[in-house]
Design a protein around this ligand. Structure first.
Ligand code: SUG
Length: 470
């Protein structure tokens, strides 16, 4: 069976082209992507070993204002096309509470100054704006898949790296504030933060379904098993364990017959695929991935086809069409797939894909061939990309029926007014230059707190930050 990007896609779904660009009518509900807004301390400290872009760009000067404006521009463009678009706020950084737990004491300014002097690497970790990559915020299961008929969220413990693990408490509070209606939503506690249960959220999870309100197939991709035999990467960490994925599936009350666990290829992780969303993206009943994504590609596709049914289709890009190294460099698969009225998809890709001739040609071929990818839209997200975060990293998909969407709290769905307010807020509060040494400046803490205090009012959220509880 031909599954190459050069041949027809695997499976049935190859609708003719020529449909409209407008987002699909959403009678049964829709996936609402919530994008994380890059925070005022966005910087390049090279904290994520195995994330090639972040390691390569370590110690460069960042531009937090541009990072946030680039993220907002993507949200604006997709909202303008009729897609629902949610916003998740940045976190309080530097994380003074985390630094206090590491023994730094005195006033909040003292804590920052002493950490900068005695342990700059810990201060850098506590300044990371990595919470912007909300694909790692949580795993989300649609109500139609969960035994109790509610949408389930498990905030990710992000146990592999300290700079990410400190996100979890605020993420949990933010999700509980927005998805507060317990008739519709459950936000669980994160899994215990231990290496055996390391969990990086939706970046390693995909839901296949024909609609939000019908039972789907929940597909978990893990990097290693914590217990028992099995292959694992040798160079870089595998950030998701099978045991963590299984615990989430149990906790969400998923039907075991509609749940699949697949292992990432260890050599792909060692080549920079630190999350599955660096090498695969799925939406509806369509999967777009690279041939070096999974330990047993054929078995994985067969299992997905058997579970998802005849509507399942896949385009698997071969190594000779696009080497894995190029896929990692361009972040082709870290794209968003958004449904169109004609049943095909809009691919939202990083600008790096258009600038890379082989990737651009591959995409042109896919669009011209009438594949499920009908159209490609690229965005300049370079500030985030330099830390290894593309379009898909920046969004958390929340599958919501119409009543569930109506139950969202806060002013977190982008409309023209919120867009204008956020644009103005970013321009007033963000610096346009931040070198790693600037993280020692305690004024940055005051600036961030002022900005976030205003943002919680703008987003009509309750107090979610530690400084607001003080
Ligand atoms: O965890 N980068 C993030 C990028 C996360 C991308 N997310 C997805 N693929 N879903 C990470 O590696 C670098 C931050 C720094 O070095 O300051 C960082 O954490």
């Amino acid at each position: 069976m031909a599954v190459s990007a050069e041949g027809p896609p695997r499976g049935a779904n190859s609708a003719p082209s020529g449909g409209s660009e407008v987002a699909k009518p959403q009678a049964s509900g829709r996936h609402v992507p919530f994008d994380g807004l890059p925070g005022p301390t966005h910087n390049y400290s090279g904290l994520a070993h195995g994330n090639l872009a972040a390691e390569r760009n370590a110690q460069q000067v960042s531009n937090p204002r541009e990072a946030a404006l680039q993220g907002l521009a993507k949200m604006r463009a997709l909202a303008a096309r009729g897609y629902a678009q949610g916003v998740l706020p940045p976190q309080e950084r530097p994380d003074v509470r985390a630094l206090r737990r590491l023994g730094f004491a005195g006033s909040d300014h003292d804590v920052v100054v002493h950490a900068g002097r005695d342990a700059p690497e810990l201060l850098a970790a506590c300044c990371s704006a990595a919470a912007m990559w909300v694909a790692n915020a949580a795993t989300v299961s649609a109500s139609a898949d969960c035994a109790d008929g509610r949408v389930h969220f498990t905030p990710a413990n992000l146990a592999t790296y300290f700079h990410r693990a400190i996100e979890t408490p605020t993420t949990t509070r933010v999700l509980r504030a927005i998805f507060a209606d317990d008739a519709h939503f459950v936000v669980h506690d994160p899994l215990p933060a231990a290496p055996q249960l390391a969990d990086e959220g939706a970046a390693n999870h995909t839901r296949f379904a024909t609609a939000v309100d019908v039972p789907g197939v929940e597909w978990f991709v893990y990097g290693r098993r914590a217990f028992g035999p099995g292959v694992a990467p040798t160079r870089f960490p595998a950030r998701q364990t099978r045991e963590a994925s299984e615990a989430i599936a149990r906790q969400h009350g998923l039907d075991a017959a509609r749940t699949l666990f697949t292992q990432q290829r260890p050599d792909a992780i060692d080549a920079g695929v630190f999350h599955n969303d660096v090498i695969a993206v799925g939406e509806g009943t369509f999967l777009f991935c690279h041939e070096r994504a999974f330990v047993d590609e054929t078995a994985t596709l067969d299992a997905l086809e058997a579970l998802v049914g005849p509507a399942f289709s896949a385009i698997v890009v071969r190594e000779d069409e696009l080497p894995l190294a190029d896929a990692v460099a361009t972040y082709l698969f870290n794209s968003q797939l958004l449904p169109r009225a004609d049943g095909r998809f809009l691919l939202v890709a990083p600008a790096e894909c258009a600038a890379h001739p082989a990737t651009a040609q591959l995409l042109d071929r896919l669009v011209a061939s009438g594949s499920p990818i009908a159209e490609v839209l690229t965005f300049d997200l370079r500030q985030s990309m330099r830390n290894g975060g593309g379009p898909a990293c920046l969004r958390l998909r929340v599958p919501l029926t119409v009543p569930e969407e109506a139950a969202i709290r806060g002013n977190v769905v982008l409309d023209d007014a919120l867009d204008a307010a956020l644009d103005d807020w970013i321009r007033r509060h963000y610096r346009d230059r931040l070198a790693p040494a600037d993280l020692r400046d305690p004024a940055l803490l005051d600036e961030t707190r002022r900005a976030l205090d205003e943002l919680t009012q703008l987003l009509r959220l309750p107090s979610v930050y530690p400084f607001q509880a003080a």
